[in-house]
Design a binder for this molecule. Structure first.
Ligand code: ADP
Length: 169
C-alpha cells in the first residue's frame, strides 16, 4: 500500500542553545518523517531563566537548519500535546542520550499519553560521540572560557562568545 500523506514530527526542547546533539536528532528524524517542526518551549514552569532569549534561540536554530527546508523552527507555549495537535504532528521525537535520560523521558511520555491518547512518542539516539553532550554543559564550559567549538555549529559558537564575553567585561 502506498500513501502520500505527509508525516510531521515535532521535536520539542529548550535549545538553549542548539547543540550538535540536537542537530543530529533533528536531521535523523527526517529518515522517519517528511517534515520536522523544532518547537522551542517558552514554559512558565522552567525554574531557571534561559541563557538566551527566545529570539536568539530561534535565530540560531534558523541558521543551523538554513540548508534544510524540511526542518522548521517555532516557539510554543503551554502544553506540548496541545501544540502537537495544533500543528498536526503525527509523532513527538525526543533524544535519548544515556540511561539518565530514560526515567524522565519515560515519565513524560506516559503523562503526555494520558493527556493525548493518540500521540506517539519516538526516541532516537545520537551518534555515539554526541551522547554525552547537553546544552547546559555547553553553557557551563563556554561561561568558564572553554572551547566549545567541537559541540556547536559556527553561528552558535559566535553567539556563545558574544554572550559570555559581554559578561566578563
Ligand atoms: P538539553 O537537555 O541539552 O538542555 P533540551 O532540553 O533542549 O536540551 O532537549 C531537547 C531534546 O533533545 C531532549 O529529548 C533531549 O534528550 C535531547 N537531546 C539534547 N542533547 C542531546 C544529545 N546530545 N543527543 C541526543 N539527544 C539530545
Amino acid at each position: 500500500m502506498t500513501s502520500s500523506r505527509i508525516v510531521t514530527a515535532l521535536y520539542p526542547g529548550s535549545f538553549d542553545p542548539v547543540t550538535l546533539g540536537h542537530e543530529d536528532i533533528a536531521r535523523r528524524t527526517l529518515t522517519v518523517a517528511d517534515r520536522v517542526v523544532v518547537g522551542v518551549a517558552r514554559t512558565a514552569t522552567q525554574a531557571k531563566k534561559p541563557a538566551f532569549s527566545m529570539d536568539d534561540r530561534l535565530a540560531m536554530l534558523e541558521e543551523v537548519f538554513a540548508d534544510e527546508d524540511r526542518i522548521e523552527c517555532t516557539a510554543f507555549e503551554g502544553l506540548l500535546v496541545d501544540f502537537a495537535r495544533e500543528i498536526g504532528a503525527d509523532v513527538v521525537v525526543r533524544g535519548l542520550r544515556a540511561v539518565s535520560d530514560f526515567e524522565y523521558e519515560f515519565q513524560m511520555a506516559q503523562m503526555n499519553r494520558e493527556l493525548h491518547p493518540g500521540m506517539e512518542f519516538i526516541f532516537l539516539t545520537p551518534d555515539a560521540h554526541l551522547s554525552f553532550l547537553s546544552a547546559s554543559l555547553v553553557r557551563e564550559v563556554a561561561a568558564l572560557g572553554g572551547d566549545v567549538s567541537p559541540f556547536v555549529s559556527p553561528p552558535v559558537l559566535r553567539r556563545l562568545r558574544e554572550r559570555f564575553q559581554k559578561q566578563e567585561e
